[in-house]
Design a protein around this ligand. Sequence first.
Ligand SMILES: [Zn+2]
Length: 263
Amino acid sequence: MNPLELFFFSFLGIFVGSFLFLVIQRLPKNEQFLVGRSKCDFCNHNLDWFDLFPVLSYILTKGKCRYCHNRLSFLYPAFELFTAAVFALTYYLFPATSIVSLTFYLIIVSALLVIFFIDLFHEIIPFVILLPVTVIVVIYNFWFTPVLFLNYLFAALGAAVFFLVLFLVTRGKGLGFGDVVFAFFMGSLLGFPRIIIGLYISFVLGAVIGLIYIFIKKKQLRGSAIPFGPFLVLGTYIALSLPMHFIYLIFYYTHLNYLLGML
Ligand SMILES: [Zn+2]
């Protein structure tokens, strides 16, 4: 690990975070997000200066709009710093061996961030984001690890069919169709046997958080009271970042290996 590179990718994360925040805000409202600047929520003025120096602009203006002096949401700098932290963590954890693979992982992680927050707040997995990254993943696999291409393809199809069955059985109340497509993306990204661990982590996290939610709210969960997408995103990130011997350890301690008749 190179500290200079770590600093560079964190710094990049601040700028990417600024853009991702716009996407998360605008995509669910069907607003244009590829062009255009941040706008003040109160006077609708374009905030060009605000986009130019993320975090710093917020500090320099004490978090107030220059035109109407209303307070801007602290979520702007918070999300930018969060993205920076996630980029630094990704640089540190992921097995990127070249600038190409690191760029690939940062694109995937950016998409995961957007999907996480949009599904959390709006209960939709945006296909405009999910489908292009799935295509990127499939091309990347085909190009860099052609030997494993069938492995990734079967992991993707297996996960998607598994979720499709869950979707049909629960009649779309437990899971959305977005989750089925996400499962395909997840399988094509993780391959076998990582996909099993990714799904396993997602279901465990979903069950734990779901139970806490029921406990706090003291009521039954109805339908998709909590969207499942954010758990799939977490499962994907964790399974992707774990070294292979960790994956095998999880198999061993959860006895998943017996279930699958493998290893
Ligand atoms: Zn304003």
